[in-house]
Design a protein around this ligand. Structure first.
Ligand code: KG4
Ligand code: ZN
Length: 408
């Protein structure tokens, strides 16, 4: 089955998605229904997420099949996100995928969402890395901020579990070498955005607004990005200052800078303006609008003062600098031969710019997913499932969600 055709289903958080992918690379369709309802609450409400998945799953899968122009009988497998994610949200995708696999007599493949994010890059970049290994993968989203050392499993040596793979198929082994000790980076973007009266999710808004402020205006230092691991504050980010008890770890922390923003807002009594902005964006019907649309951004900008824009620009500069430095220090420590960055925050233009330029200085190949594949989607799930299809690594009939599923 070298051209395996997989229907992928993703429902781990607030996107209901289905995609048909051929051969782990060729995306025939990738339908994503984002749940706008959470904007009304300033964050994902798990109970509502499950209900929205239940409502969307059938139309989304039907549309993915129609756009791909394939029938269920053409498929080789159904792949679904097993975790990590919200239990009730995962349950909808898994239950649907199990029923579909049972009804159409297809094998079911369970995929780790984090491996999916990594495959969102790998499916597009076979040539960027030209067989290089190990790679350093930064998975940075609203729920996760992880650093993995990804090593290619040599062909014909088999994979864990004793199954051997057909020639030409590569699998990956992951080792976690760093993670956030508190908030995920996307969560920090979203919380700071909420604090400043921006719509949810705040990351794309912060990204769109940051170029309109001065990134040097508020001197966030790494003294404010305090690592819980040591309790010490780091005036400058260097290997020494990153040093925790274990020098092989590259853990991160975002709670310090979030608190620093809150203190700044209090110090400059910005609350009344924030409340006004929140009401104005609501009245102008901008809370469901996309800031990537220039007209939306122009309209929104009329509700921002220079001090707030400077704060946004400075926050984004500090966070993207921190992520970039930590990633590159880890890459150096582990002798990584390339970098890949994935997850919702990989859509951030400043993070892309910084990592691209730092990697170029070190002659390291670097790859990001397309913007569409950065945030949660099912194409990445179908892509990650492909080696499992070839090695017949199928899920049991009793598959259940694993909300805390780990990778590596
Ligand atoms: O991967 P994703 O869709 O879902 C999770 O698995 O969490 O990531 C969503 C996260 C949200 O926190 C969102 O604010 C953030 O990614 N995000 C961004 C940008 N686009 C999405 N953060 C910063 N800049 C962006 N351009
Ligand atoms: Zn994700």
């Amino acid at each position: 089955m070298p051209n395996g055709l997989i229907l992928g289903i993703e429902s781990s958080c607030d996107e209901t998605s289905a995609a048909v992918v051929r051969n782990g690379r060729e995306v025939l369709s990738n339908v994503v229904a984002s749940q706008l309802i959470h904007s009304n609450y300033g964050g994902v409400v798990p109970e509502l997420a499950s209900r929205e998945h239940l409502r969307a799953i059938v139309p989304v899968v039907r549309e993915a099949m129609q756009r791909a122009g394939v029938a269920y009988s053409d498929l080789d497998a159904v792949a679904v996100t097993e975790g990590p994610g919200l239990a009730g949200a995962l349950l909808v995708g898994i239950t649907f995928a199990k029923a579909l696999a049972f009804g159409a007599d297809l094998p079911l493949i369970a995929v780790n969402h984090l491996e999916g994010h990594i495959h969102a890059v790998l499916m597009d970049t076979a040539t960027t890395f030209a067989g290089a290994s190990p790679l350093l993968a930064l998975v940075v989203s609203g729920g996760h901020t992880h650093l993995y050392l990804a090593t290619r499993t040599p062909q014909n040596t088999g994979i864990p579990g004793g199954r051997s793979l057909p020639a030409g198929v590569e699998t990956w082994h992951y080792r976690n070498i760093g993670k956030t000790l508190d908030d995920a980076a996307g969560e920090a973007f979203d919380k700071v955005a909420k604090l400043l009266g921006l719509p949810y999710p705040g990351g794309p808004w912060m990204d769109a607004l940051a170029p309109h402020g001065d990134p040097k205006a508020v001197p966030f230092t790494f003294a404010q990005i305090k690592t819980k691991a040591t309790g010490h504050t780091a005036p400058k980010l260097s290997r020494e200052n990153l040093d925790h008890a274990d020098p092989t770890r590259f853990d991160l922390s975002f709670s310090g800078i979030k608190t620093a923003v809150r203190r700044y807002v209090e110090l400059y009594a910005m609350h009344p303006a924030i409340l006004q902005r929140e009401a104005a964006l609501h009245a102008a019907n901008l809370i469901h609008a996309k800031p990537s649309n220039p007209a939306t951004l122009q309209q929104a900008l009329t509700h921002f003062d220079p001090q707030t824009l400077n704060l946004i620009a400075s926050f984004q500069a500090a966070v993207t600098h921190y992520l970039t430095r930590t990633t590159l220090l880890a890459a150096e420590h582990y002798g990584a031969r390339g970098l890949l960055v994935s997850g919702g925050v990989a859509a951030n233009s400043e993070l892309r710019r910084r990592i691209t330029s730092e990697a170029a200085r070190r002659h390291l190949p670097v790859a990001f997913p397309t913007i569409a594949l950065s945030t949660d989607n099912a194409a990445m799930i179908a892509a990650a499932a492909h080696p499992k299809l070839l090695s017949r690594n199928f899920a049991p009939d009793t598959l259940e969600p694993t909300p805390q599923l780990r990778l590596g």
